[in-house]
Design a protein around this ligand. Sequence first.
Ligand code: DGY
Length: 308
Amino acid sequence: MLLITREMPPAVLARAQREHQLRELRLTGRFAPHHVLNNCEGVTAILCIPADIFDAALIAALPDSVKVIATFSVGLEHIDRDAAAARGIKICHTPDVLTTATAELSLMLMLMAARRAGEGERILRAGLWPGLAPTFHLGRGVAGKVLGIFGMGRIGQALAGMARGLNMQVHYRNRQRLPPTLEQGAIYHGEDARFLSAIDFLSINAPGGAETFHWLNHARLARLKPGAIIVNTGRGTIIDDAALIAALRSGHVAAAGLDVFAHEPKIPAGYLALENVVLLPHIGSATIEARNAMGFLALDGIKAALAA
Ligand code: DGY
């Protein structure tokens, strides 16, 4: 029996129906452990999403029948992997197949923030556009600028390729330096201070979790050049929101584009009041192609784990 916590894309659901007996919860919004615990009798596999927090307590309370937890995400920070390993529960996730979609969204947010696209659309829809004028609604270009990528994994590397096509220079901050074949001329930084002071745009493409929690805080924001632009499609927890809101208000950070938030679907009120931030509802991987591929990969992982 496969327990699916959220509504799946139709093609994924159809395949899941062919391969398993299903229990579908179709949860929306916030997750609570009882959603799973009240529904997991006879369940061998669980398909969840990053909003479903499988901490040590929940994993300890699962019945012995559960052999695998698959997450419909590349991110794994919502699952206590040690607790799962201790119970012999396998974990699988969906890397690679969402790389292009998420890199595309990082690029889109970067351009939207730089060209003040959200604000421009709001002006137009409100009937406040005075008409074409040489000084109206000036943004910033990206060509010739330095893009700094925090987290040079698959998505960061894909974004770097797209940025090179826009004639941007790429610098990156990563735990390890990449081999030249993957680096493709990007400049590696082994520490934050120089990285942050070298860049015009910062794209956060790192995973969440304790290691990156509030990495972008007051002190690191202060290292950025005045007028820097920030994009986050990684995890909301990487940014100290109060610090970024203050930097956006003061203009030290000219604009930001955010797709992920620490307490989704809640958005800090400070962002909502600002014109210079583009806000999207965690849609980095939300293309039909990527979402189908993610579901199929999760089902492949479940099949392999149950067969082992
Ligand atoms: C992921 O895969 O971790 C995304 O954030 C959800 O699409």
